[in-house]
Write a new protein. Structure first.
Length: 243
């Protein structure tokens, strides 16, 4: 138990993604704010830490085939996975959700003015995420792959134009925080993606897709913040960087 309490919640989820459900149930941010201990989040949310531990142990006992151990993956393969799975998902879902939300506020905006703010926040997020993913695909991920190749071939690396991998990572972390906050607002405005009683089918589908989008974003951010970024920084420290 003491070892569990010493870990950050991000480390817990990185080791066993099933524990993420416990934090989701209590609205605890394990991705953007995953650097806190269980004791810290218990105090912050006025929760009993022993209760949280029991819930964590309970989900860990459950069999779940989706509990992939990404920490053991080669770093370049892991970057490929994030790009192909999560980046592609965002790119495919954004136009679909834009269309749904645009229709919603036009038809239901008069009775539900919060739809205008939801649409505004989502469109802002769509633009920021598009730029964010391009920076990862054009700057950070190529450097990750270059480091992996240098390590495999036991070769030194020239210093990158951004100085150290910590610099683009710091930018990515801040942008993750921004998107996490934006979706906290969307969740609040949408009553945690629960449509009103007078909601039509389109309304319900839109909120369901929004919830799915947020869940994918949380997992996406978690994989980067709590696994990819620390491993990239660790690998760079291992390699010889030439000026």
């Amino acid at each position: 138990m003491e070892k569990t309490l010493e870990k950050t919640i991000g480390q817990m989820v990185a080791e066993d993604y099933r524990t993420a459900q416990v934090f989701k149930n209590h609205k605890i941010d394990f991705c953007c704010k995953g650097n806190r201990t269980l004791q810290e989040v218990a105090e912050k949310h006025n929760l009993d830490v022993d209760m949280l531990l029991r819930e964590i142990y309970e989900v860990q006992r459950q069999n779940n085939s989706d509990n992939t151990d990404f920490k053991t993956w080669p770093l370049d393969l892991f970057a490929d996975y994030i790009e192909k799975k999560h980046h592609r998902y965002v790119e495919e879902r954004i136009p679909v959700l834009k269309q749904y939300l645009n229709k919603l506020f036009k038809v239901h905006g008069e009775r539900h003015p919060e739809l205008f703010k939801i649409d505004e926040h989502f469109n802002a997020s769509a633009g920021e995420l598009a730029m964010h993913m391009k920076k990862e695909e054009l700057v950070l991920f190529p450097w990750v792959r270059k480091m992996v190749k240098a390590k495999q071939q036991n070769e030194p690396l020239d210093r990158p134009h951004f100085g150290t991998v910590k610099n683009p990572i710091a930018m990515m972390l801040q942008e993750h925080e921004n998107e996490g906050e934006r979706f906290r607002l969307i969740a609040e405005l949408s009553n945690d993606y629960n449509p009103p009683e007078d909601a039509c089918t389109t309304y319900r589908v839109a909120f369901s897709l929004l919830k799915e989008f947020e869940e994918d974003l949380h997992r996406h951010i978690h994989l980067e913040n709590n696994i990819l970024f620390p491993k990239a920084e660790s690998m760079e420290r291992e390699l010889t960087i030439t000026i």
